[in-house]
Design a protein around this ligand. Structure first.
Ligand code: ZN
Length: 304
């Protein structure tokens, strides 16, 4: 068995932010703020581990009753980091959070399978299970991996300039790793959302039941604050039990099992990309994805 491990990739990583997630707690409310402004909060491991730390801190603080997840910068989140100088997917971690080994010296399809299990699938499940109510405060772009961060929250409030999109079919994938689409939308809507890969407006995802509320951009912060204050006045354990009950109901409807199954399809697609395109994400990078997404959006506007 000579190929069980391979040399680690020693590529340069340039982090533009020392603190890619900001943490503040006040009057019973913890604010977790994505802060990779320069790269539209695209998610590298540095940011995802920082976010996990922030959720852990808010969970452990008895003074915190409710958690708000929001973002600095132009967009809520452009998705997973596929091309910034801080892209660090090839790096292992000594502070892994799930019972798994490091991916960075593993060959072939094992590398992405192991890494994405930790930082995408299991992280999102951890955050969904936080025993305190969470509110996502979404403005502008919430794309692909960005959806995962909004979806793990209990309530989603969006500004009227927000848009939602999972455009990864063009990269060969059946959606992002946290495959919640047929639960966040109904199945037929999920098929349209995925197969066409178009941007959906805040109003459209509200009508589809994917989010709770749309407000004018200038009222976004105060609308979230208003709900957070109301939640902070509710009894802690009752909220934890209510949240657990709803999540349990979703899992009884198959959410967790669906996700486990589709995680396998997703990684078959990664492996197929490597075989056919020579690259596990089919040669796409941040720029080419953004260009292609903008193109889709302008085509759609022309079609009316
Ligand atoms: Zn993936």
């Amino acid at each position: 068995m000579s190929n069980e491990t391979v040399p680690k990739v020693d590529a340069d990583i340039v982090y533009e932010e020392e603190h890619p997630v900001l943490y503040e707690a006040k009057d019973g409310i913890a604010y977790l703020t994505l802060n990779r402004v320069k790269y539209h909060n695209s998610q590298n491991s540095q940011m995802l581990y920082a976010l996990d730390d922030a959720f852990y801190q808010a969970t452990g603080d008895d003074d915190v009753k409710v958690i708000v997840l929001r973002a600095n910068g132009k967009h809520f989140s452009a998705g997973h980091d596929i091309g910034t100088p801080g892209r660090d997917f090839h790096q292992g971690r000594d502070d892994r959070r799930s019972m798994n080994y490091n991916h960075d010296n593993k060959p072939g399809a094992e590398k992405a399978y192991v890494r994405e299990q930790e930082v995408y699938l299991e992280f999102c499940r951890r955050w969904r299970a936080v025993p305190k109510p969470t509110i996502a405060q979404v403005h502008k772009g919430c794309i692909a991996g960005g959806l995962m961060l909004a979806w793990v929250c209990d309530l989603i409030v969006a500004s009227d300039d927000a848009f939602f999109q999972d455009p990864v079919v063009q990269m060969g994938f059946p959606g992002v790793e946290y495959f919640a689409h047929p639960y966040e939308l109904n199945v037929r809507q999920a098929k349209e959302f995925l197969l066409l890969g178009e941007r959906w407006s805040a109003e459209r995802v509200l009508a589809a039941g994917m989010i709770n509320k749309v407000v004018p951009r200038e009222e976004l912060e105060s609308a979230v604050q208003n709900w957070a204050e109301k939640l902070a006045a509710q009894p802690r354990l009752a909220m934890a039990l209510t949240k657990q009950a709803c999540n349990q109901a979703e899992d009884m409807m198959g959410k967790r099992n669906t996700m486990d199954a589709v995680y396998g399809y997703h990684h078959f697609a990664h492996a197929n990309n490597s075989l056919v395109k020579g690259d596990y994400i089919a040669g796409f990078d941040g720029k080419s994805m953004a260009q292609s997404n903008k193109q889709k959006s302008s085509n759609k506007q022309k079609e009316g």
